[in-house]
Design a protein around this ligand. Structure first.
Ligand SMILES: [Zn+2]
Length: 130
């Protein structure tokens, strides 16, 4: 068995297509200006369906982190740093922080997005120290 692979939906397809091109995009509401994540049918701020994906610089700060030593399933290399990253737009993403020893990933660490292909079709957004 291999690692689980995200299955893009109609809502998330633009996010995954951008990731495959090495770009991070986030849902942004045209009605109230809220940037949010993950994509939802309606803006969580005002329930408007008038939102689009907009580019993000992909910079942020580690809000919380744990080091995973026991693989959650096949296809994961352990240990890895699993972090909640507060993006500068004010939304949080759960991802791995890579590119440094896991013990160097601490709360408050500045990070930037970095993309790694998972399969031929799906590229995942990871974070590395900025
Ligand atoms: Zn809104």
């Amino acid at each position: 068995m291999s690692r689980p692979v995200p299955r893009p939906t109609a809502l998330s397809r633009p996010f995954w297509d951008a990731a495959a091109e090495g770009r991070l995009v986030l849902p942004h509401c045209a009605a109230c200006g809220l940037t949010f994540f993950a994509p939802e049918p309606a803006c969580p701020g005002c329930l408007s369906r008038d939102w689009v994906h907009v580019p993000s610089p992909g910079t942020g700060t580690v809000y919380s982190v744990t080091v995973v030593h026991r693989a959650p399933g096949p296809g994961f290399e352990v240990p890895f740093a699993l972090a909640v990253v507060d993006l500068d737009e004010g939304v949080a993403m759960l991802s791995h922080v890579v590119g440094c020893p896991v013990d160097d990933v601490v709360i408050g660490l500045r990070v930037r997005v970095d993309f790694r292909p998972l399969t031929g079709d799906v590229t995942l957004p990871y974070f590395v120290p900025a």
